[in-house]
Design a protein around this ligand. Structure first.
Ligand code: BTN
Length: 288
């Protein structure tokens, strides 16, 4: 039976018998130790922030997954369209366990985006070289995943802040459009999205996409911890911006130029009229 959990003064339904997600199977087959499956939340990142000061270290990584979000958040002031059929979840991790400090946040974004590509490549059923073509499935630095030019996944990494233990933890929020066809997205969601089902013409098992993503994340975060060059190599191969004219807005600055590459430390390398720049965060627009 669904059991109620208290959140910010109100009760929410937490489903342990969700037809979409089997918490025990997720725990048994992935690196997560604590799983919460919710029918509806405002935002899985908000729920992860609540748990950040409470969960013992042994319970991490913790997964919070919601079938629907009523106030899914994107980067900046954006909202994330979170309808039924979408996959919306957050991972709460102990950053030290993954050798991640503030300095390598950009690489954590990239590691996550590449892991999502690894998982979606399975869902796309592409075994030919097209699956490895960044034109088909690629990343828009620092953390968007695109299929055939449409955004299929967004990633929002946040620090819960506050006192220990929360301040040493990170929240990795991931939204993947799986069976929520972009054709039914509200106008405000914008024209540039897509969903896995839109590309493959069939519906996908949400639990499978979720566990494929979690397993890929464990492998890619391991590469990050071990400074394995394969991670940056994969980011470079999947870099949709390479050779493109772009505008990057970062820290109140606007940099226009051509994207050269992704550097070994995860920075975006851009040739602008002011010379070669290395950017560690920012919002990128492609100039068509
Ligand atoms: C973006 O592309 O702007 C980032 C979108 C991140 C959306 C996910 S959905 C799960 C998690 N909870 C949220 O409120 N946001 C992230």
């Amino acid at each position: 039976m669904p059991r109620p959990a208290k959140m910010a003064g109100l009760f929410i339904r937490m489903q342990s018998d969700s037809p979409f997600f089997d918490a025990d199977a997720i725990r048994a087959t992935t690196f997560v130790r604590h799983v919460e499956v919710h029918d509806e939340l405002d935002s899985t990142n908000n729920r992860a922030a609540e748990l950040a000061g409470r969960l013992p270290a042994d319970d991490l990584p913790a997964l919070i997954v919601a079938r629907r979000q009523t106030a899914g958040r994107g980067r900046g002031r954006n909202l994330w369209w979170s309808a039924d059929g979408g996959l919306t979840f957050s991972l709460l991790i102990e950053s030290a366990d993954f050798g991640i400090g503030t300095a390598n946040w950009p690489q954590l974004s990239l590691a996550t985006a590449i892991a999502v590509c690894d998982a979606l490549k399975i869902g796309l059923d592409l075994n030919d070289e097209r699956a490895d073509s960044h034109l088909r499935l690629g990343i828009k630095w620092p953390n968007d995943v695109l299929i055939d030019g449409g955004k299929v996944c967004g990633i929002l990494i946040e620090s819960p802040g506050g006192a220990a233990p929360a301040k040493d933890r990170l929240i990795v929020g991931i939204g993947i459009n799986v069976n929520n066809s972009w054709r039914s997205a509200p106008k405000e969601a914008g024209p540039d999205g897509t969903a896995l089902c839109d590309v493959t013409g069939r519906s996908h098992d949400l639990q499978e996409v979720l566990t494929d993503t979690l397993r890929a994340m464990a492998a890619r975060i391991d590469q990050l911890r071990n400074r394995d060059p394969k991670l940056i190599q994969a980011s470079q191969e999947r870099n949709l911006l390479a050779g493109q004219s772009i505008i990057v807005e970062a820290d109140g600055r606007r940099i226009e130029g051509e994207c050269v590459d992704i550097a070994d430390d995860g920075a975006l390398v851009v040739d602008s009229i002011f010379g070669r720049q290395r950017l560690y965060s920012g919002t990128v627009r492609m100039v068509r």
